[in-house]
Design a protein around this ligand. Structure first.
Ligand SMILES: Cc1cc2nc3c(=O)[nH]c(=O)nc-3n(C[C@H](O)[C@H](O)[C@H](O)COP(=O)(O)OP(=O)(O)OC[C@H]3O[C@@H](n4cnc5c(N)ncnc54)[C@H](O)[C@@H]3O)c2cc1C
Length: 414
């Protein structure tokens, strides 16, 4: 403790673990926070695009949604003249992910400049975060053995796919959907499709990730057909476990199940697929993915078929036959090992979700922890997917709480 200020002597006021989409858009929504000593730990070479840099697909959300909180004041003011950023920030359509990644890189560079030379730790992987309640400090441990301290840590480490237990029997032939849609793996996937010798490819799941993987697989098969006329090429089977949350059973039920004021109102034109009659909820599939799913469901997608299996094992014959199985069964929040007062409360490989209060405070055993926050690491919980209000004020509330927490004691007491 520093006896003059009654504050712990630490390397930064607020440590952000992960410098991807969330950290970048959050800090650029709250320029006032930058008057505190903020430090961002990022395992990649730059702050900004995070996972979006890897994928050669189109976003689910419209471009403007990604930058809806952007505050073009203070260090971010010059960005109003950046075409790269502003064209995506104004787009009312989904955008190519490489454009989104480029826009986020631009924003990330501005953020890095604003944070100063000591405000970012790039190519620094955090392996553990240790909160010490009595000492009012958090230690951030890096994989090179260094440890740095902060008054508060925000976990913004994004999501990952974990091999699904229901697909354990087919793991030798399995790829995660993120690998299939990754630009860097395109030629490898193409080789595998040619090497399949006509045996099927199976995509497990029917979400946006599944539809993105399906689109890439069909595009690659089309390319192969032109390059190798007459070669046996695979068909793609999409195994869905149920219509579940992607749709309502009928338009009447869609109207009845509305949560007034919190859900986007049902629209019989927009929300009903003209080809199939599927009644979509305000969740899950949108835009290109939704159109692809409609065509697949209607049996109008050449080279692809939809297979229903309440549990994946119901389609085991198909999985056995497949040359390639693509897992597209959702994402899981990733975080380093978390310790509170010397106790490991959540190992990095924990199956538990990282839960947070509405203002982003990490919930440890159900209670909001004063030293740790989480910035939307987990996917939206299933029971909140139709609620457009979900987390809509998180940035504002988290910024307010962090500002108070990081304020010098004299300022707090004033
Ligand atoms: C294919 C795909 C499409 C998607 N499309 C959309 C969409 O259209 N709209 C939408 O809203 N969401 C979409 N998402 C969800 C998307 O993942 C999130 O919205 C967004 O990327 C989350 O931002 P983030 O900052 O949490 O994660 P990321 O942007 O991935 O950032 C996390 C950062 O943390 C770093 N990191 C991780 N662990 C550590 C560590 N231990 N130490 C140091 N650094 C670390 C990573 O390197 C990364 O830069 C999509 C996801 C995928 C996979």
């Amino acid at each position: 403790m520093d006896p003059r200020s009654a504050q712990p002597v630490v390397d930064s006021d607020i440590a952000f673990v992960g410098g991807g989409f969330r950290t970048t858009t959050f800090l650029s929504s709250a320029p006032a926070l930058l008057r505190h000593r903020v430090r961002v730990y990022e395992r990649g070479p730059g702050v900004g695009p995070g996972g979006f840099a890897r994928y050669g697909i189109t976003t689910t959300s419209i471009g403007s949604r990604f930058f809806k909180h952007l505050d073009l004041n203070g260090p971010f003011a010059p960005l109003a003249h950046s075409p790269e950023l502003m064209e995506v920030a104004r787009a009312e359509q989904p955008v190519a992910m490489r454009r989104l990644a480029a826009a986020l890189s631009t924003l990330g560079r501005t953020l890095q400049n604003a944070l100063g030379a000591d405000g970012t730790r790039l190519e620094s992987t955090v392996v553990a975060v240790r909160a010490d309640s009595a000492g009012h400090r958090v230690d951030v441990q890096l994989d090179d053995g260094r440890t740095e301290s902060a008054r508060h840590a925000v976990l913004a480490t994004g999501r990952t796919e974990r091999p699904h237990p229901e697909l354990a029997s087919w793991r030798a032939n399995m790829l995660l959907s993120g690998s299939v849609i990754a630009t860097a793996r395109r030629s490898e996937i193409k080789d595998r499709l040619l090497g399949a010798q006509g045996r099927p490819v199976v995509v497990a799941g029917s979400s946006h990730s599944a539809m993105s993987a399906l689109q890439i697989l069909l595009d690659l098969v089309t390319e192969l057909r032109a390059e190798h006329p007459g070669a046996p090429l695979p068909s793609v089977h999409v195994v869905r476990r149920g219509p579940a949350r992607l749709m309502h059973d009928s338009a009447d039920l869609a109207r009845r199940d509305q949560v007034p004021g919190r859900e986007r109102p049902f629209d019989a034109v927009r929300d009903v697929c003209p080809a199939t009659g599927i009644v979509y909820r305000d969740s899950g599939l949108r835009h290109q993915s939704r159109a692809l799913y409609c065509a697949l469901w209607a049996g109008e997608l050449p080279g692809a078929a939809l297979v229903d299996a309440a549990v994946l094992a119901d389609a085991s014959d198909l999985f056995d036959e497949a040359a390639l199985v693509v897992q597209a069964l959702g994402y899981h929040g990733q975080a380093p090992d978390l310790y509170v007062d010397g106790v490991l409360v959540r190992p990095g490989d924990s199956p538990d979700r990282l839960l947070a209060d509405d203002d982003g405070a990490l919930l440890v055993s159900g209670a909001a922890h004063p030293l740790l926050s989480v910035l939307r690491v987990e996917p939206t919980p299933l029971d909140r997917r139709d609620n457009t209000a979900y987390a809509s004020d998180l940035y504002q509330r988290l910024a307010g709480r962090l500002d108070r927490l990081a304020a010098p004691v004299a300022e707090v007491n004033a």
